[in-house]
Write a protein that binds this ligand. Structure first.
Ligand code: BGC
Length: 761
């Protein structure tokens, strides 16, 4: 049924319209019975349902319905699997239909700027392309069931410290390339019904009242046509927010801000048409849900199985010195650590799900073999419990293999506050070291939402990064440890050796009022790789029980225009003896020198399943955006003319194949010549080069670089090459001092050069 929403809005009173722009309560939008506008509910999100039937809150404090907790985004991003995220989204969409939820609040695509952000577990990656791909697939999956999503938190909300008041100070190029980019691509490809604006300010303006962000960028440039809702309590000035493009305030304000809107219309401060448009946008999405209701299915057991599968595809095998997979018989195995029995599988706060069941590794292993168990450490306080430690060391000694289930306790990371360091609890580090001393066959399984330092990494033979992998995490861990499944996740973030290696280290979390993103576009591997810095485990890295060989990298053309799409293909072969999946990454390295850029950036990836000995050709595409950087001079993406390397890689530090392509730019950055334009800038532009080259001889002469006697006399002090280099750094202004030119002559020269630059001469 096609509704005439405009006609409905026309019939609404001013008060009804203002009322539509804020929630009825914590989770519902308002209804207007006389016009057939139904009440709809929204709910967290993102990796399962946190539907609160009774007492409501936004921090996961009060009980919600029993549901299924799928792996969190820090884990699912490591799957690099668009189809998997789509499938998980579909399932969540089904659950929403069954529970009558019109919008599920997520996915969350904020970039992991620092390992310390308390909410990193809910975010996908340090890389905007990967985050955008995972988010777009999740959105498409949920929305295929006619349930809305709310991509969040828009934007530059990369820490919890003072998240409701601090201003993220970010230059436009960095915003565009890193912090907005994940949203942009996910919104363009996934078309979410709603966007949730963040709490923080961006360059001094609250996201909730930022016209540039919510209207110029989001709607005018990206074509978003759903509605924007506030994060819970993110509204500062309601009327300003509405004008900026914030349609819905959540939760409800008890009518206060509705009245402010009414007053603003009455006193002429707010045009009623702005309100009408906002209500239309909200109603479009409300009716999209209610008119397209589908039969929902919430088969919890079935969804639990999917949660286990997603977890299996997401966990990352970081180290394996011949210890994994574990034997199913013939060896005594000890499972050590509280998380073997009670896994940490989700983070605290608004995404916290009331799981209907939890499968621990100890539960799951029962189907495979017998293990001994020792708790090892306490999760409530970071203090070694000598009795638990002794018992665990003894269990490890008596076994042939020890598997330690370790990680961050709830208190160490959560929504609402950041971590202050990157360490695991001391008592757990001590436990791992002490066990490794007595048991050479030690494996560590990690449960954490963000990287941890691993001082014991060299002492153990295996490390499985399980992240926070949902309520079936234990099942996936056991399947991977015993080789029932083959690990196929790769890191969606870099694990540095220590916190101070991280590029945001000196500027995180800021002074409380502002946080300056001084590292610019050099976030994550963009920094570590450009600095050639060693890291514990690089972005895109992960092991398998088999091995893969890459060959035959082909490109559809070695010369393209920036408007062309380049097709890239290569062969991948499973060279080991078990079936497995490989994530092939495609990075682009800009060799043009036109801008300061990271040495490489991820621009596509594919995950491919291969039987032993099997070889497949995989194909990927690159377009203008894959080569471009954001040029603020032209307010657009720009790929300079020149060479670019296409890198087919198994991780950001494991480049297997390379190929160079030449890109010709069809756009141009206009050159504005002035008194302080330098000779080198003029030499770089082919049009001005001709003019200035004709002058370099006499310029050098003036500088004492070419005439023979002078050169002889000065050769000891300054060679002709040195003069030329110095000349290159001279601005036109200096021609007055060193060339005897008058200001008028220089100005004439500028006119001539400008004409050349504009192609007029
Ligand atoms: C969080 C959002 C969440 C909302 C509702 C806020 O505190 O930042 O991500 O969707 O609460 O619970």
């Amino acid at each position: 049924m096609k509704r005439d929403v405009k006609a409905i809005v026309k019939q609404m009173t001013l008060e009804e319209k203002a009322g539509m722009c804020s929630g009825k309560d914590f989770w519902h939008l308002k209804s207007v019975e006389r016009l057939g506008i139904p009440e709809v509910m929204v709910s967290d999100g993102p990796h399962g349902l946190r539907k609160q039937a009774e007492e409501a809150d936004h921090l996961g404090i009060n009980e919600s319905i029993k549901a299924v907790c799928f792996p969190t985004a820090c884990a699912t991003a490591c799957s690099f699997d668009r189809d998997l995220l789509f499938e998980m989204g579909q399932r969540i969409g089904d659950e929403c239909q069954a529970e009558n939820l019109s919008v599920i609040l997520g996915p969350a695509v904020n970039i992991k700027r620092s390992p310390l952000c308390g909410r990193n577990f809910e975010y996908f990656s340090e890389d905007p392309y990967l985050a955008s791909q995972m988010a777009a697939a999740h959105i498409k999956g949920v929305q295929s069931k006619n349930v809305g999503t709310s991509i969040k938190h828009f934007a530059a909300n990369n820490q919890e410290h003072r998240r409701m008041s601090s201003s993220s100070e970010v230059d436009e190029r960095t915003l565009r390339e890193i912090y907005l980019s994940a949203f942009e691509t996910a919104i363009k490809e996934g078309k979410p019904d709603t966007v949730m604006c963040s709490y923080n300010k961006i360059n001094g303006e609250f996201a909730s009242e930022n016209h540039w962000l919510l209207t110029e960028v989001l709607r005018d440039e990206w074509g978003f046509d759903g509605y924007v809702m506030s994060d819970w309590g993110a509204v500062n000035d309601r009327v300003k927010g509405l004008k900026a493009g914030l349609e819905l305030e959540m939760p409800g304000s008890g009518g206060h801000t509705d009245q402010e809107i009414v007053n603003a219309v009455k006193n002429g401060e707010l045009e009623e048409s702005v309100l009408d448009t906002a209500v239309e946008r909200i109603l479009n999405i409300v009716f999209k849900f209610t008119d397209g209701r589908q039969e929902g299915k919430f088969d919890k057991e079935d969804d639990h199985k999917l949660a286990a599968k997603v977890a299996e595809e997401s966990m990352v095998l970081l180290k394996n010195e011949g210890i994994l997979p574990l034997p199913k018989e013939g060896k005594k195995i000890a499972f050590i650590g509280k998380f073997a029995k009670n896994p940490r599988f989700q983070g605290g706060g608004s995404s916290h799900i009331n799981s209907f069941k939890i499968t621990s590794a100890l539960d799951a292993v029962k189907d495979i073999t017998e293990v001994t168990y020792a708790q090892g450490y306490d999760i409530h306080e970071d203090k070694t419990d000598e009795a638990l430690l002794a018992e665990a060391v003894q269990a490890a000694k008596e076994a042939d293999i020890a598997v330690i289930f370790a990680g961050l306790p709830d208190l160490f990371e959560s929504e609402g506050y950041d971590r202050t360091h990157m360490r695991m609890p001391n008592c757990q580090n001590e436990l791992i070291s002490k066990i490794a001393e007595v048991q050479e066959n030690t494996v560590v399984v990690l449960h954490n939402g963000s990287p941890v330092e691993m001082p014991w990494a060299d002492q153990v033979k295996g490390i499985l990064e399980a992240y926070l992998c949902g309520q079936a995490a234990g099942q996936a861990e056991v399947n991977l440890l015993f080789g029932i499944a083959n690990p196929c996740g790769k890191l969606a973030e870099t694990i540095p050796y220590k916190l101070s290696d991280n590029p945001s280290y000196l500027n995180f979390p800021g002074d409380g009022q502002t946080v300056e993103y001084k590292e610019g576009v050099f976030v994550g591997y963009r920094y570590y790789d450009t600095k050639e810095m060693p890291v514990r485990y690089p972005f895109g890295y992960g092991l398998s029980y088999t091995t893969f060989a890459y060959s035959d990298l082909q490109v559809s053309s070695q010369e393209i225009k920036d408007t062309d799409t380049l097709k890239v293909s290569l062969k991948v072969k499973n060279t080991g003896n078990c079936a497995g999946k490989e994530i092939v990454q495609l990075y682009v390295a800009d060799k043009t020198g036109a801008a300061i850029r990271p040495v490489k950036e991820l621009k596509n990836f594919v995950k491919v399943f291969l039987n032993p000995g099997e070889e497949k050709t995989v194909e990927m595409e690159l377009d203008k955006r894959s080569f471009a950087w954001y040029c603020t001079a032209i307010h657009d993406w720009y790929a300079a003319t020149g060479d670019y390397e296409i890198l087919a890689a198994a991780s950001s530090k494991d480049i297997r194949l390379r190929k160079t392509v030449h890109v010709t730019a069809t756009a141009e950055i206009p050159m504005k010549i002035h008194m302080n334009t330098t000779v080198s800038e003029l030499l770089e532009n082919p049009r001005t080069r001709e003019v200035i080259q004709g002058m370099t001889g006499s310029l050098l002469e003036h500088m004492g670089g070419t005439s023979e006697e002078k050169a002889d006399a000065a050769s000891e002090a300054i060679s002709p090459e040195m003069s030329l280099k110095m000349l290159e750094n001279s601005p036109l202004r200096s021609f007055r001092s060193f060339m005897g030119m008058t200001t008028e002559e220089i100005q004439e020269l500028i006119v001539k050069l400008q004409k050349a630059a504009d192609g007029e001469e």
